[in-house]
Each structure stands twice: as structure tokens, then as C-alpha cells.
Design a protein around this ligand. Sequence first.
Ligand SMILES: [Zn+2]
Length: 112
Amino acid sequence: MQRYRPHLRFGDFNSFARITVTYMEDWSKKAQKRILLALDACAGLNDDSEKKFRLWQTLETTLWEFPEAVDIGFKKFVTLRFAERQDALHYHDKNCNFSECTICDLMDKWYK
Ligand SMILES: [Zn+2]
């Protein structure tokens, strides 16, 4: 079996994780729990690409909940949509004023 490693123009694990977290409230409780477990497991790994792979494995079980991802395929979905979110996060990181920010709230809630 070939190991798919998400083609990450969004780079390191932290970026990948933060993008994933922007989707947190779109998932079912069950999927949220899986993602949190994955993030927890990743915290115990040293290698960035192992962490990305671990998180990807979980995304493969949670992306079923997104009709568009099922339609166009998970890899394509991640390549397209995660890249868009990456741009949004870049914009956020440059421009956030830290008050009443949805993205900061999401990160505080789900990703320490
Ligand atoms: Zn913010």
C-alpha cells in the first residue's frame, strides 16, 4: 500500500493542524473526538512528516462527512480547500486584532 502524504504547500505540521482545526465545528462530535485524539497522538511524535501522516490518516475517516470531499476526492479536496484556508490563516495571522476573532476562538478552543 502506498502511503499518501498530503502534498503540503501549507508546509509544516502546525499549519496542517491549524487548517484542520478551522473545520472543527463542521464535523460531528464523533469526528471531532477523532481529530482531538489524532492531535494528541501527534503531540507525542517527533517527526513532522510522521505527524502529518498521522493526522492525514484521521482526516481520511472524517472527510466522509463533507459531501464535496466525497464528490471530488479527499486528496483533491485537501489540495484545493486546505490551500484556501491556508491563505485565510496567513491573512488572519497578519491582520488579527485579537478581539472577537472567530479564528482565535477556534484555536483557543481546539488546538493548544
Ligand atoms: Zn484572530
